[in-house]
Design a protein around this ligand. Sequence first.
Ligand code: 3PG
Length: 395
Amino acid sequence: WKTLDDMTLAGKVALVRVDVNVPMENGQVTDTTRIDRIIPTITDILAAGGKPVLLAHFDRPKGQVVPAMSLAQIVPALQAALGPVKLHFATDCIGGPAKTAISAMEAGEVVLLENTRFHAGEEKNDPMMAASLAALGDIYVNDAFSAAHRAHASTEGIARLLPHCAGRLMQAELTALDAALGAPTRPLVAVVGGAKVSTKLDLIGNLVTKVDHLVIGGGMANTFLVAQGIEVGKSLAERDMADTALAILAKATAAGCTIHLPHDIVVARQFKAGAASDTLPVGDCPADAMILDAGPQTVAKIVAVFTQARTLIWNGPLGAFEIAPFDAATNAAAQAVGTLTIAGSLVSVAGGGDTVAALNKAGVANQFTYISSAGGAFLEWMEGKDLPGIAALKD
Ligand code: 3PG
């Protein structure tokens, strides 16, 4: 794939696919990370004399015009991130409003087009929709790694119609992810947590063939414990997935991947802040209690694995991190990764909505080598899938 450095941008309208699908509450953007991370691409296009026109989706309006999902809402936050650069908004991403806004653009200005998903052709990857978008500009820049798992008109179809390249954020994502899983320095360890095995089967199945160590935490660890005949009381566990879990353990052994499950557990009878909890050896979970976190011995063993490792990739919390004290294992393990990364012994990459929230809560997100801006796309990439938005950029 090409980058902005390979393109002639002077005087050209660059259609830049960005992902500004940011969390909002009461009309205010509550986390501007995705907005902040597209600024280098916009700045570099402007510096090269190009005219950046931003294409983006927001939420899931399913081909309808839903005013509550208008990108007009993010204009104040985007304008604030752009500083003195003037931002214009067009009320439709194709046709008259888009054309008028683009032709009125002065050098040094930016246009944001309305939600691409207001048109049914976007998610259908309708060639007519892709052609209507492509007609607006000269060059296509994809800076939306986090939407690259969608084969939509603005992420895939349009790349077939215009000279194209990766934006700076896309470039950073692909470079970091390749260093983590494409051509990593070994030993390579993956940390996978979260509630259910069933939603991360493809992920675990792919990782055991690639990593040297796989740490499994969160609710999904319980399913592996049950599969091995260990009782987990009232814990979240997918008992019908026991055979699948055993098959994964066998696949890991055959591939030379060591799987790490909890040795000790933190249990409680209620999942609420400050609930009375006990730390017990795995296997001692009372019938009326739930496992809500990994214990300190488990953390010590995991940290010993991290200390030997050279590359680490993380998706999913180790316990019910939203509520203290069940965030202890996630926090301690994340802090160890942060310290090892800063000391220079570990390349650490993390992604996924919950994961980034957990690392932010642990106060260590800025110590990791790279934090992906993607949720679903990061997961699909970790599953070893070809992302259509990336495939189109390579062609
Ligand atoms: C995301 O928030 O992960 C991306 O913007 C993709 O959104 P989607 O799941 O609605 O396609």
